[in-house]
Each structure stands twice: as C-alpha cells, then as structure tokens.
Design a protein around this ligand. Sequence first.
Ligand code: GLY
Length: 349
Amino acid sequence: MKISVDLGERSYEVVVGEGVRTQLASLIALRAPRAERVAIVTSSSLRAQPWFDFEVGLATSILELPDGEQAKRPEHYVALVEALAERSLSRHDVVVGVGGGAITDVAGFAAATYLRGVPVIHVATTVAGQVDAAIGGKTGVNLRTGKNLLGAFHQPLGVLCDLATLHTLPERERRAGMGEVVKCALLEAQSSAWLARSSFESQMELAIALKARLVASDEREGSSRALLNYGHTLAHALEREAMVRSDVSLRHGEAVAIGLAFAARLARAVGRLDDRGVAEHDAALNIFQLPTRVPSVFDSSALLEAMSHDKKAHHDLTFVLAGAEGFSVVSGLAPDVVRTALDQFRGES
Ligand code: GLY
C-alpha cells in the first residue's frame, strides 16, 4: 500500500507492507539519483535484528545511536553530524533513519542541519514510528528543559513502513504503539466496533492516511495538524513527570492512551461529549489493553503544572477535545475545571 503526502515538489510516498525495506535501494535511485554515499542511522540492537539486511549498492556507513529516548540527547546528535562530516557525505548523499521515533527524529534533525540540509529517508520500525513520527518532517532532539525543544521541519524523500520489522518488537512496545492508532481512529470518528473487527493493516492505513492528510493541509502545524496532539496534553505531562521518577515506566503510546481517556472526560465536563462518547473512548482503548488510568504515583498538582507548560499549549491549558461539530483545539480552560476533571478521572474505580 502507498499513501502520498502531497506537499508540492516536496511530496513523497509512505510505503507500507511486509518486506518493503527492500525498496530502499530503488527509492534512493529514484529520489536521489546523484547519491554516492549513504549513512544508515540506527541502534546496535536494531542492527542485530534478522531483518537488518540493507543492500543499497552505494558506499554505506552504519552509524549507531542508543535505543529509546536516550538517542535524543544533544551530544548524540553532535556526534552523528561529526560522523557524517568524517565520511564526507555531500548534499547529494542520503541519510537513512532506521528505527522508531527517537532514531528517525535524530537522523532527520542531523539531515536537516548537516550542510544546511541533506536528503533523508526513514525506515520506520515501530508502530508509533510508522503511523506518526517518521511522517511529516518533524525532527529534533531534547534539551534539559524539555522534549523536542531543538528541532526543524525537514520532510523525508520517502518513508518505508516495513510490517516485518514489527514482528520482533517486544509485545509491550507494539501494544503501546496502538495508542497512536486509537487516537487516529477516534479523530476519524471510527467506532470501537470497527477497530475490533478490522485488520492490523486497515488500522495502520487509516492512521497513516490521516497523518498524511493533516501534514499535507498544514505542514507547520498552524491549524489542523495540531489535532494530532489529541490526548497529548496529559500524555506529555505524564512523560515529563515519569522522566524524573525511577518507580514508573511509561511508553509514549501508553501515556497517549491515558491522555485520550482523560480528554474524553474533560470534553464531557465542559459539555462537549456525552457518556456514550466517553464509553467509546474506553472501549477503543480496551481493545488493545491500553492503560486508561493515571498511575497512582503521579501527583495531580505536578501534572496540572506540567500541562500548563506544555510546549504546544502556549502557556495556557490547551487540549484537543471532541465535540458535536468534531475535534478542535480548546485553549484557556480554567485550571479548576481541569483539576476537577482530573480528580474525578483519578477517582473512578
Ligand atoms: N506527532 C504529531 C505531528 O507530527 O504533528
């Protein structure tokens, strides 16, 4: 299956299916015909996977980042661009990010900034990477102050979502990725019954098509692309708090799942959603056994504080909320309304 991201002369395709990683060489030949060198950016654990068998027919370097969010420390980005320079990559050459969202974010940011921009292609190897991070050109690294504070928009030449790479994912990782898929199904007003009966491929297609459409209509997140942040206000706060604790581990998709369950309750609290809508959210999340409650170790005041400092909230309590007319970005919610909804959510048995 191929889904286009229509951005004029920067348009590209997202190719989804078993074994599509083997299309890397032909994609480079088609989109970067003057390339002589390729730098594949990945991690040592991904490099050891049975599917890591890239043959591009050009001088190829393999550069490793740590797994997970550690990859997004700025020092790894600096080491990566130094490695590109040491290998004399030119503006005609290609960086290929092979991994989940953290790796493609850093590979993309290195490609965006090295020589003021070189081509990048992503081979996304996690569910969240395939439906979200690898598509749309957001790249970046973390600062001590917060996630993704140093970054750039840099669209790839193409994205390969090889479903074969998901077979080796740890079960928790794969399930957590479905948090982003459920988000997309809710945004597309697909019922939980549809999610329960549809194939994994159809669920991925729905999510990728939505992402491609929103990126094409609003590349720089001035308006509709912000809907992709559904569930993310609380999710980012949970992740931020989890980062400083050793007694809780939370995957991004799990935080999004909790954020979606809360966003439904907040929408109900402000009269935008009824009980049925809330139940639909819970039913959709339950299909994939995603968490729907804030772990008890978190402090509500700290979460509220973190939510009002969310980078995307512009120093205001901002949420994407469901409503009778569809989803919208709602700003300026009174802190006590959010606090009451959060307390009630946490008090549910
Ligand atoms: N991850 C949300 C976006 O790409 O806009």
